[in-house]
Design a protein around this ligand. Structure first.
Ligand SMILES: [Zn+2]
Length: 83
């Protein structure tokens, strides 16, 4: 079960990378495939869905930083950092 889920994730990740290799969180290109992770734009833990409309590729590092924040919360954080 776990293994199948991981394979699916890898497949989705590859598909997303073919469409765009730009990290949805920092806007930089993802140059190494092993750095690519699937980011749920609305985290599953916050009620987001697993549909293609709610996923994007992101660097593993960016994804970890984002944690379970909502897009609005990330934006606010970024604005605060620049202020
Ligand atoms: Zn990134």
């Amino acid at each position: 079960m776990e293994k199948k889920y991981k394979n699916d994730q890898r497949k989705i990740c590859n598909r997303l990378l073919r469409a765009s290799n730009v990290c949805g969180l920092c806007g930089e290109q993802i140059t190494k495939r092993k750095e690519a992770t699937i980011d749920h734009i609305i985290p599953l833990s916050r009620g987001g869905s697993d549909s293609v409309h709610n996923v994007q590729v992101a660097h593993e590092k960016c994804n970890q930083e984002k944690g379970n924040k909502l897009p609005d919360e990330i934006k606010l954080k970024k604005e605060n950092e620049h202020a």
